[in-house]
Structure formats: C-alpha cells, structure tokens
Ligand binder design. Structure first.
Ligand code: 6R9
Length: 647
C-alpha cells in the first residue's frame, strides 16, 4: 500500500510569496512557544487592546484542573472586534456582508462604523431589558447580521451568550436554557434555509412552555406571523427606538466568562462548554491571523452557522478582531442549485473560503460543471473543518475548486479548544491530503495508548494535549466535576480530546475520528447516548443502542438498534414515529438513517451492550466481529447480521 504521506502537495508559490509566516519562521516561533510559552503568549496578547494589560500570563494545572490565562488583565472583546477598528480610522471598511437564502434577496453590508452603531443599539436594548454583567442570554437566530450583533452586544455588556443552533428543537432549547438558568432569549421571527421557513419564534414559544424566562427579544427577519406574549416578548425594532446612543464596553477580567456553547458528549445531556474572555480573544485573533494568513481588504467566508463553535471563532471573533470583511450566508450549499456556494464566491469576490467536508462531498457528487461555470479567480485559500476530509474530497476541492493552485488548510480543533489546534500554515507547509498537519503555536500534542503509555515517533494512538493554551475551555458551566471527568481523568495530567490520531514520520497529524461514543454527522457532534435517550422515551421502546456507520456524504450516519416492549410488533408506522421522536427531542440533524428492530441486543454476561459488535454490523463488516463468546447469547449476532443485510 502506498503510504498516504507520500502524496505531498507542495505549498503553492503564490502562498509562499505572501505568507505572514514562512517555514523557518514557523519552526522558530513554534520552538519559542514551547520553550518559553509565557513570553510567547505575552507577545501574542499585544495583538489586541487591553484596558489593563496582563502581567500574569499563564497559571494552570491539569491535576487538579484549574486553568487561567492573563488573569490580571482587563479587556472587552467587543471593543477589540469593533470599536478599536473605528477608532483606528477603519470605520468605513466593510465588517459584515449578508447574503440571504435566496439569490434574489437583498444583500446587506455593514461597515465597522455601522456595526458599532448596531451593536450599541442592541447592547443598550439589552440593558434596558434588565440584562446585566454575568447574566446568561440565549441566542436562537438564523445566519443574519443581527445574530452577530447579538453576540457582540452581550460581550459588550459582559453578559454570557449561549447560542443555540437554529436546527435544534424546542426540547433541546428548553434543556439548554434550564441548564444555565438563562432569563433572556434573543431570537428572530423565523429563518430561511433552502427556501424553507424555520419557525424560530414558535420553537422558542414551545420551549418556554417548559422553561419560562423573563424576556424575549424578537428580531423581525422572515416576516412570519408570530405570537407575542404580553410583558415577556418585545419586538426589537420597537424597544430599540429610544435607547441611548452610547453604551460603553464593560471592562472584563480576562477570566470572566464570555460564552457557553453546548456540545454533545459520550454520555448524558449536552455539556455547556465555558470559554472566558482574554485567552479566547488572543487565541482566536492569533489563529485567524496565521491559519488564514489574512490580509487587509480580503473577503473571508466561513460557511459555519453561528450556532457552532466554528461560527463563534471564525465568523465572529477571529475575523472581526483582525478587522476582516466577513460574509454571512443564511442559505445552504444546494439551493436553489448545486452551484450556490460558487455563485456566492463569484458574486462577492470571496478570497478565503472555509467549509466542511460534508458540503464538499455533497457538491463533488453533483459534478464539476457547477463549479467551472463560475469565475472563482478571487479565491486564494481554501479551508476545511469539522471532520476528517477524505483524500478524494480533498483532491476535488484542490483541483476543481482551487484549480490546483490554492493552499488548503485542514484545521483540526474542537468546541473545547476555542480555535484551530492543528493545521498546515499556508505558504509555510506542504500539504498532505487527509492530514490536518502540524500543531499550532503552543500546542503540544501527545499520542498515548489505551493504558496511557506515551507513544513516540511515527505511531497511532489517542490524542492528548499536554500543555494548556489560551483558548482552552475553562470548565463546563455549573459542572466542573464533569469537566474534569470528561477531559482530564482518562489520562491523568493531560487534556484528552476524544479523538484517535496517527502521527507520521514528518510530524504530520492524521485525525482518524472519535474513539468515544460520539459520532460526527455532517461535521456535527452527536452523542449516541443522546439519541438513545430520545428513542427510549417512546413508550413502546424497551432499549436502544445507537452507533455510527460510514456515510458517503455525511461522513457518519446514525444507526439505531431498537428493541420493543413485550407484545409490540415492529412496523413502518412505528419506525416513522421513532424518527419523529428523535427530531422532536433533539432536532432534524439527529434524524436516524436506520432503525433496526431487533428482538434483543448483544450483551456481555454482566449486562453491558457490546457496542463494538453493533458497530461492525452497522458498518456491514461481518468478517471481523472478534470474540463473541463472551456474549450472554452469541446466537443473537446471526439474526442481527441478517437484519443488516436485508436493508
Ligand atoms: C471545530 C469543530 C470537534 C470534533 C473533533 C474531531 C472532529 C473537527 C476536524 C475533525 C478531523 C478535522 N474534527 N475538525 N476531525 N479533521 N479538520 O468541529 O468542533 O463541533 O466541537 O467538533 O470534530 O473529531 O473532536 P466540534
């Protein structure tokens, strides 16, 4: 077999010629960041404005777990993302460009000065509603400018935002509002995705039937009819009328919370990952600068929704702190046609394009013509994030979209890491299709075996990080124990990512996917336990086991084994009910691909479900089931295999 490492793609000459960071500069800076991390991160902290510059740089421990960066510094990230560019005379340059769902819809564009006015208006409105520093504000918005404004307005007044992806269901919203006892919600009347209306306000209403809040601020966007509850719900365009035109940035300690973002774990309910202000600000500013090699005036487009961490760090905080011009797109890649992305690139002359492998695969399937009919000559850098990109999709992205001339950065990172951790830097590094590449400054990856023994050289193992970095999550909101248990208990003294990984001879990292019970569906993390809990809520279901299986477009699909209560027969109607149940509990992104009714699930004699076997069967890999003799009833397996083959 040819080692994939042999397929080296040289950094393009144009990227080398303009880069902020050459190969030798990377080597030197990386070494400094490891040898003298505090000096390195003190220097990086000067990328942003501080009200009081920090004198203490890092103060952290992974056992016990207590992480602080820049702890005596005072700053405001909204000032860094907006005000300071206006103060520096860049008020006229473009901050945000909004491209709507429909190509016929109205494009909106805001300069930094206009963005400042909007943020002040929203911040003032929030204050008027009674929001104060430290309050949790839930944001449930489409990809519109007001989504960005809402996040920045919270940051401005020191409120902690908790953005919930617009595809989540009322039950999921209620759970997240409850978990952080949030009293305020900002939402739009509705959103548009691929011509379909998303009833955002109606979803919020349904959630609030379970979990009341004090106030809801509603932004008019889709024009949908909505119900307004007296005393609780306020139209933004009405209540913002008479707010004062000044609203200074709240001085925040570097370790004051900035946001909570819920993400799926391998067990139980979603985790409220908490990021604080100073470290996250420096980390997103620095990673954006280096990884995207951003230059003033360039148009940057990250297709991620603000409901995910990629949207937080690389639609909002990273690019805006760098004074970039950011495109926000409300729509989807394939509406009204499979060339929508490329049409938008051409229309807005996008220079840097950052998307997910699932979108690349879906568009690749439709053929090259959709790409080649558009002028993509404005592009100079392509990025990928969210899951491993298979070399075939990488090649297509490189050859067809990038015409073989553009660097691709495959950025590995997580909600918990705040920003990019492993990537090649454009112009500094050659690329290997399918490999994320090299650690970012300050990142010390380590591979360990299942017993925690450190593996050196070219090898495969569980990916840990040994030294803290500024953008690291500090805790899970309200549950520090779970934070410790989830990330620092498996391998004591190290941060465990939950990912498997290979390191090659050149020190390039190849992420192989999750090693825990988390699956990655279209770049979205999903805990199999969450889907299982949604299924067993149905009164006809006795037990459920959910596993991932390879899916051509989505990366992984959701395969559910379900056993029914005594006397209940499987039926198509029940299958449809269960699908609807999961959509209702979690949201459409969790819709099962397969529901496999089984008389029983394979268990060990001690009663543990043998997921390894269920995974293999779902993967159609019947030859390597391994030892089934420890099963309480080994004969079950044949029936499950027959059931799989019948699909
Ligand atoms: C940013 C983001 C994190 C998980 C992570 C890993 C997978 C993300 C990847 C990648 C391979 C990449 N992942 N980027 N795997 N190559 N370039 O996606 O955060 O939603 O928290 O997901 O996604 O498995 O552990 P998040």
């Amino acid at each position: 077999m040819t080692a994939p490492d042999d397929l080296l793609v040289k950094a393009p000459a144009a990227a080398i010629a303009r880069t902020h960071c050459t190969a030798s500069q990377y080597d030197a800076l990386y070494q400094q960041s490891i040898d003298a991390p505090d000096a390195f991160w003190a220097d990086q902290a000067t990328r942003i404005d501080w009200i009081t510059p920090p004198t203490k740089i890092s103060n952290w421990s992974y056992d016990p777990v207590d992480i602080k960066w820049y702890e005596d510094g005072l700053l405001n990230i909204c000032h860094n993302a907006v005000d300071r560019h206006v103060a520096a005379g860049k008020g006229e340059s473009t901050a945000l460009i909004f491209e709507p769902d429909s190509p016929d819809g109205e494009v909106r564009s805001l300069s930094y000065a206009e963005l400042l006015t909007e943020v002040i208006r929203m911040a003032g409105t929030l204050k008027k509603m009674g929001v104060t520093k430290g309050d949790r504000v839930t944001i449930y918005m489409p990809m519109i400018i007001e989504g960005a404004v809402a996040m920045l307005a919270c940051a401005r007044i020191g409120a902690i935002h908790s953005v919930i992806f617009g595809g989540f269901s009322p039950d999921a919203i209620a759970g997240r509002i409850e978990d952080c006892s949030s009293d305020f919600v900002i939402c739009a009347d509705g959103g548009l995705r691929g011509g379909k209306h998303i009833p955002l306000k109606a979803n919020v209403d349904a959630a609030l039937n379970k979990t009341p809040v004090r106030s809801v601020l509603v932004i008019r966007h889709s024009g949908a009819d909505v119900t307004m509850t007296d005393g609780r719900d306020h139209w933004y365009h009405e209540v913002s009328q008479d707010v004062v035109s000044e609203c200074p940035c709240e001085p925040m300690n570097a370790e004051d919370p900035l946001f909570i973002l819920y993400t799926s774990g391998s067990t139980g309910k979603p985790k409220g990952v908490l990021h604080t202000t100073g470290g996250y600000a420096v980390w997103t500013a620095a990673t954006f600068h280096y990884a995207f090699d951003y230059r003033e005036g360039e148009i940057f487009w990250c297709t991620a929704d603000i409901g995910w961490v990629t949207g937080h760090s690389y639609v909002i905080y990273g690019p805006l702190q760098n004074g970039a011009s950011v495109l926000m797109f409300e729509g989807v890649p394939n509406y009204p046609g499979h060339d929508r992305f490329w049409q938008v690139v051409d229309k807005h002359k996008v220079n840097i394009f950052y998307t997910a492998p699932t979108a690349i695969r879906a568009l690749m399937r439709e053929g090259d013509d959709y790409v080649t009919r558009h002028d993509l000559s404005s592009l100079r850098l392509l990025g990928s994030v969210g899951e491993p990109i298979n070399p075939e999709a990488w090649r297509w992205y490189h050859d067809t979209v990038g015409k073989g001339a553009l660097p691709i950065i495959d950025t590995w990172w997580q909600t918990e890491t705040g920003g990019v951790m492993i990537t090649t830097l454009p112009g500094a590094h050659d690329m290997k299709p399918g490999s994320a590449g090299r650690p970012f400054f300050g990142i010390q990856p380590q591979l360990v075996d299942n017993d925690g023994a450190v593996l050196t050289g070219a090898t495969s193992g569980n990916l840990c990080i040994t030294h803290s970095w500024p953008g690291q999550a500090r805790t899970l909101y309200g549950d520090h124990d779970r934070f410790v248990q989830t990330y620092f208990a498996t391998y004591k003294g190290k941060y465990f990512t939950g990912d498997g990984c290979r390191r090659d001879e050149d020190g390039y990292y190849w992420i192989t996917g999750r090693v825990d019970d988390v699956i990655n569906v279209s770049g979205h993390r999903m805990g199999t336990a969450e889907v299982e809990s949604a299924l067993v809520l149905h009164d006809k279901v006795a037990e459920a086991a959910v596993v991932g299986f390879p899916h051509d477009i989505k990366g992984q699909g959701i395969y559910c084994y379900v056993t029914l209560n005594a006397g209940i027969e499987p039926s198509e109607a029940l299958e449809a009910e269960l699908r609807a149940q999961v959509r209702r509990e979690i949201g459409p992104i969790a819709t099962p691909d397969h529901i496999h009714f089984a008389p029983a699930l394979p268990k060990t004699r001690s009663g543990k479900i043998m997921r390894r076997i269920l995974r293999k069967i779902a993967e159609n890999d019947f030859g390597s089931l391994g030892d089934t003799s420890t099963l309480a009833d080994p004969s079950l397996v044949d029936g499950l295999i027959e059931g799989r083959k019948a699909r």
